[in-house]
Each structure stands twice: as structure tokens, then as C-alpha cells.
Design a protein around this ligand. Structure first.
Ligand SMILES: Nc1ncnc2c1ncn2[C@@H]1O[C@H](COP(=O)(O)OP(=O)(O)OP(=O)(O)O)[C@@H](O)[C@H]1O
Length: 241
């Protein structure tokens, strides 16, 4: 099992009252699957993603990635696991503006003190259809192209899992579709495991399964659903909240 969460709980105690953001979530993300996580605003989607990716430590339960239990790791080992085994894609692309596309893609390896294997960066850029843009800086690329560079950067370490937080949130419909097709191809052709948080039923419909969160709990799961069915379920959940 690539990623597994068992009875994960998260209570934020930063404000005057404790906020239970996750209330006992158990879920597994098998290898070579594409999962979408949806739910009303505040239902715990980002918290789930952050706990699953080792960006935050849950207040209860266990998370494991590729056989390693994150709670057993100290900060240095956890940072290394995130760097080596996990790819991240964010809504705002998060590319370094002063670096070229190729340098951005190579960055996770450079930060790990590793030199990219000859041709690895070009191959990753080719995989996302941007082999001819290696020397361009982010400001010289469209939003969709920047997100594809971010996908190549997420791929360069050949991670066990890619977590994507609203990867199409800042893109128009056509470029969204291109990025989603690219993510789908990574799962189908390369056996990549992807977990994506999204508000968009059209994006969720590209996944193999859709998990619904409500009030920090799993409120349903469906497979092979079309965007219409997903949107209807979201509306029902939102009106129940
Ligand atoms: N760092 C934090 N400190 C305190 N409360 C937090 C923190 N992060 C999230 N929360 C609270 O936890 C709950 C879940 O938040 P989370 O961001 O996971 O929801 P979400 O489903 O991703 O929402 P959205 O769709 O609006 O991004 C919310 O009530 C939120 O206010």
C-alpha cells in the first residue's frame, strides 16, 4: 500500500477553542491509483493532505508511506522522506521565478545534494510536453505550462506518491484539461500514485475514485463517477453542512 492512514485525528489548538479538523479518518491509497479528495470548505481536505504528506503531524492515528510509519521518524528523517519519496503540486505552481524550467525541475535533486542523471531533466520536461522550453523562466511560460513544469519537478525524484492541492484551481478549462490528462497519463502509463484535493467535479471525475469529506470524516467514496454525479453529491453535502 503506497499511503495508508489509520484513524487519523487532528485537533488544532491555536485559537481560543480547539478545532477538530480530522476526526478519525482511515483510508488507503493503493499504488498506481488516482484519488480525488473533495468536500465542503473547512471539511478537512488540506489537513488530510498535509498529514498524509508528513507536512503536519496528526494529533492521533498513524500515517505510513511505502511501508514507513511517519510518526516513527524524527524531523530530519521526515524531511528526507518528503524530499525523496513525495512529489508536491500546488495551485500556485510555486516555481522559483529566477530559475529556468530545467533548473526548477532539477531543484529537488539539487536540494538533496544530488546531481540529476544525464538527460533526466530533459526527459521529465519531455514527459510533460515541454522539452523545447527548458531555458524559459516561469514569467515566459503560460499558467498551464508553469503547472506542467511543476509536474515535471514533482516527477524528477520518481516519488512513491504525488500530492496535488488544487492543481487546476488557477487554470482555465482548456489548460486544466491538459494538466488533468497529463496526471491521468502518469498513473496509466507510469504507475504513478496521485492524491489530489479539488473543488472541481470535472477534475475529480478524471480520478479513479473520489473521497468525500464532511466535518473531518469520510462521508462517502465512489468510483467511475461522472462530473454530474460528483457535483450532485457535493451539493447535497454542502446543504447538509
Ligand atoms: N493551522 C490551523 N490552525 C487552526 N485551525 C486550522 C488550521 N488549519 C486548518 N484549520 C481549521 O481546520 C478545519 C479544516 O481546515 P482545512 O483547511 O483542512 O479544510 P479544507 O476542506 O481544505 O477547506 P477549503 O476547501 O476551504 O480549503 C477548518 O475549520 C479550519 O479553520
Amino acid at each position: 500500500m503506497t499511503v495508508s492512514l489509520r484513524d487519523v485525528r487532528m485537533i488544532y489548538r491555536t485559537g481560543p477553542r480547539p478545532v477538530p479538523a480530522l476526526d478519525g479518518v482511515s483510508v488507503r491509497f493503493p499504488p498506481a491509483t488516482f484519488s480525488a479528495v473533495m468536500g465542503p470548505s473547512g471539511s478537512g481536505k488540506s489537513t488530510l493532505l498535509h498529514c498524509a504528506a508528513g507536512l503536519e503531524r496528526p494529533t492521533g492515528g498513524t500515517v505510513s508511506i511505502a511501508g514507513t510509519t511517519l510518526g516513527d521518524l524524527g524531523e530530519t528523517a521526515l524531511t528526507r522522506l518528503r524530499r525523496d519519496r513525495i512529489g508536491f503540486i500546488f495551485q500556485a505552481f510555486n516555481l522559483v521565478s529566477s530559475l529556468t524550467a530545467a533548473q526548477n525541475v532539477a531543484l529537488p535533486l539539487r536540494l538533496a545534494g544530488r546531481r540529476p542523471a544525464a538527460g533526466a531533466v530533459t526527459a521529465a520536461l519531455a514527459e510533460v510536453g515541454l522539452a523545447d522550453r527548458a531555458g524559459h523562466r516561469p514569467s515566459e511560460l503560460s499558467g498551464g505550462e508553469q503547472q506542467r513544469v511543476a509536474v515535471a519537478r514533482a516527477l524528477i525524484t520518481r516519488p512513491a506518491v504525488i500530492f496535488a492541492d488544487e492543481p487546476t484551481g488557477a487554470l482555465d478549462n482548456r489548460t486544466s484539461r491538459q494538466v488533468l490528462e497529463l496526471l491521468r497519463a502518469l498513473v496509466d502509463e507510469h504507475g504513478q500514485t496521485i492524491v489530489m484535493v479539488t473543488h472541481d467535479p470535472v477534475a475529480a471525475a478524471v480520478a479513479d475514485r473520489v473521497l468525500m469529506l464532511a466535518d473531518g470524516r469520510l462521508a462517502g467514496e465512489f468510483t467511475e463517477a461522472d462530473a454530474g454525479a460528483i457535483a450532485a453529491r457535493m451539493t447535497a453535502l454542502e446543504s447538509a453542512c
